[in-house]
Design a protein around this ligand. Sequence first.
Ligand code: GDP
Ligand code: MG
Length: 692
Amino acid sequence: MSKKLKIAIAGNPNSGKTTIFNNLTGARQHVGNYPGVTVEKIEGYSKYAGYHLTIVDLPGIYSLTAHSLDELVARNYILDEKPDVVIDIVDTSNLERNLYLSTQLMELGVKMVIALNMWDIAKNLGLEIDHERLSQLLGVPCVPTIATKKEGMDELLQKVIALHEGKIFYHPTPINYGREIEEGISKIEEILKLEEPLLKRYPSRWLAVKLLEKDEDIYEKVKKTSSGERILQTAEKSIEHLKGIFGEEPEAVIPDKRYGFISGACSTVITRSYELRHTLSDKIDRIFLNRVLGLPIFFFLMWIMFKAIFRLSEPFTQGIENLMTWIGKLVGSFFPEGSIIKSLIVDGIIGGVGSVLTFVPVIFLLFFFIAILEDSGYLARAAFLMDRIMNRIGLHGRSFIPLLLGFGCNVPAIMATRVIDDRKSRLITILVNPFMSCGARLPVYTLFVGTFFSPRQAGNILFSLYLLGILVAMGMSYLFRRLMFKGESAPFVMELPPYRLPTLKGVLIHMWERGVVYLKKAGTIIFAGCMLIWFLSHFPPMPEEGNSKIQLEKSYAGKIGKFITPVFKPLGFGEWKTSIALIAGFIAKELVVGTLGTLYGKEETSLREMLKNDVYPDGSKVWSPLSSYSFLIFILLYIPCIATIAVIYRETQSLTWPLFTAFYTTALAWITSFLFYQTGKFLLSFIDNLGF
Ligand code: GDP
Ligand code: MG
C-alpha cells in the first residue's frame, strides 16, 4: 500500500499552471465540479517516490478575496479540503505582481512550494534572481522551473515530498503590518480565542486580517458563531481606530503593506541588467536608495531635521520659559519671604516641573518630524539602506527600526525587537538600544546646547549627539557580535512600502500619541521626583543662616552630591548639583533638567542664566562649551532610565542583561566623557599657548 498525497496547484492566470499540471500528471486527468459551485475542477493522478499523488488545478487568480467566485473557490478549497501541499506557480518575469498571491497563500498557513516558472523568460529579460535567498526571505522553498521544457519538475516534486515529510524547516515569514494594524490584529485574535471550532478551520491571524479587510465571506461565517457579535464589534472598533490614523480603510492599507513586503524582498533578490522599473515609488527610490547617494541623503535629512527642531522650537521654548519665570514671581509674591511653602511651590514645582515643561515644544516637534518620515514611507527606506551596513556589523536592517524607534522612547523600542526572530540578534539590538537618544534626553540637550552654543551651531551640536549615539550603538553591536554572540544573523525581508503623502491628521495623531506620554510623565514621575529632590535639598532644616547657598550645601542632597562629585570632576562637571541631577536621571532623563531647576530655584532669573553664571568656590566658571558637551556625552551614554532597565529585564527574562546594561553603559559613558574632556582641555591649552 503506497501513501497518499494531495497537491493543489495555485497561481495567477497564464503563469503556467496547466502546463505544469500536465507535466506532472501526464494525460491521466478527470474533469468535475467543485462541490456546490459550477466552476470546473480538474483533477489528475500520478505516482512519485512511493506516493499516490492527487493533483488539483485550481482556477487562475490574482488574490484571495471574497469579491470573485474563482478566488473564493480556490481559497475555500485550500481551507476546507486541506491539500497536503500547495504548489504556487509564479511567473518569474513578473515576480512582484505574482508574489502578491503567494503572500496570501503564506498567510493561510498551508504548506507550500513556490515554482519560479517562466525562468527562461525572466533570464531573457535580463533578470538575475537569487532563488535561494528568496526561499530564505519568504521562509518558503522556491524552485526555478521552465514548464514548457519540463525543467525543474523533479526538483519541484522532491521539495513537495520533503516538505510533506517534514524534512524541510518550514516557517513562512509573517508579514509585519506595522504597529497600529498589528495592535488591531492582536486585539481581534485575543477575542477570537472564544471560538475554538472556528480556529480549528482557520488560522487566527488570518481571520483577524480578513476581518480588518472586511471580507464578506468571513464576516458571515463569524457572525454565525456564538460570540460572533462580540468579535465583529471588536473588529469594527479597530477598523474605525485605524481609519482615523490612516485616513483610509484598513482594507486599502493592508494590501500596501503586503506590496511593501514583496517590494523589499524583490529589491533584495533581483539584480537587473537593465532598468525596467517604472512606478513613481521606483523612480523616487532610484535616488533615495541609490548605492552612493542613499546614505548621505539619509544623514542630510536627519541633520536638517535636528536643525529645524531647534530653530522652530526656540521661540516657543523661550516663551514658556518667560511664562514660568513670570508665574514663579507672581506665585512667590503671595507667600512670605523665606517660607518653606513658598520654596516648595516656586523652587520645587515651578522650578522643577516647569523647567521640564519648557521643552514640550521640542519633544512634539521631534515626534512631528518622525511621524512624517514614518508615514511617508521614508523610514522604511532608511532601514533598507542600513541593511547592508547592519549586516557588516552582524545585525540586519530589521534591527534598525527598533533602533530608530529609540529616538522616541527606548521602552517601546525594546519591545519592538520582538520582530527579530533570531535570539542573538535580538539581544544585541536590545543592549545597544539605549544609545539611541530618546525624547527624554532631548530637554537636557536643548537646555545645555541652547545655553552654551550659538543658535547657528545649536542644530549641528544636537545632530552630532544623535550621530554619536548611532555610531556607539553600531560599534558596540560589532563588538557584541564578535565577542559574545558569535554567528550569522538570519536573513529578513526589509519592507519597502509605497511612498504616500502623509495626512496631517495621521501625523498629528502619531505626534500626539507619543508626545502625550511625555506630558503624563511630567505630571506624575517628574513631579514626584522634583518633590523628592526638593525635600532632599531643604532638609534637614537649618537654623536660619541667611545664606541659602550654604544651607543648600548642608542639606541631604548637598551631602550626597558632594560625596560623589569627585567621580565626575575629571569629566569636567565637578559641581555637586550636577551629580544629584545625574543620579535623578536614572529615574527619568527629564529629571536631570527638573533637578537642576529645583536646585537652582526659580526666583531670580531663568535656569539658563543661572547655569551660565554659576561659579566654583574659587570663582571660575562651572560650565564651558567643552564641559557642557562632555556632560551631554555622559547623558547620552550612561545608565538608561529605570523603565528601560525594567523592560530589558522583562524582555530577556533574566537579571543578567539589565545589570550588564546598567554597568557597561555607565562605564562607557565615563570613559568617553573623560577622553573627550581631557583631550579637549589639552587641545584648548595648546592652542592658547600658540597665542591665537
Ligand atoms: P495557466 O493559465 O496558468 O494554466 O497557464 P498555461 O499553462 O496555460 O500557460 C500559459 C502560456 O505560457 C502557455 O502558452 C505556455 O506554453 C506558456 N508557458 C508556460 N510555462 C512556461 C515557461 O516556463 N516558459 C515559457 N517560455 N513559456 C511557458
Ligand atoms: Mg490553465
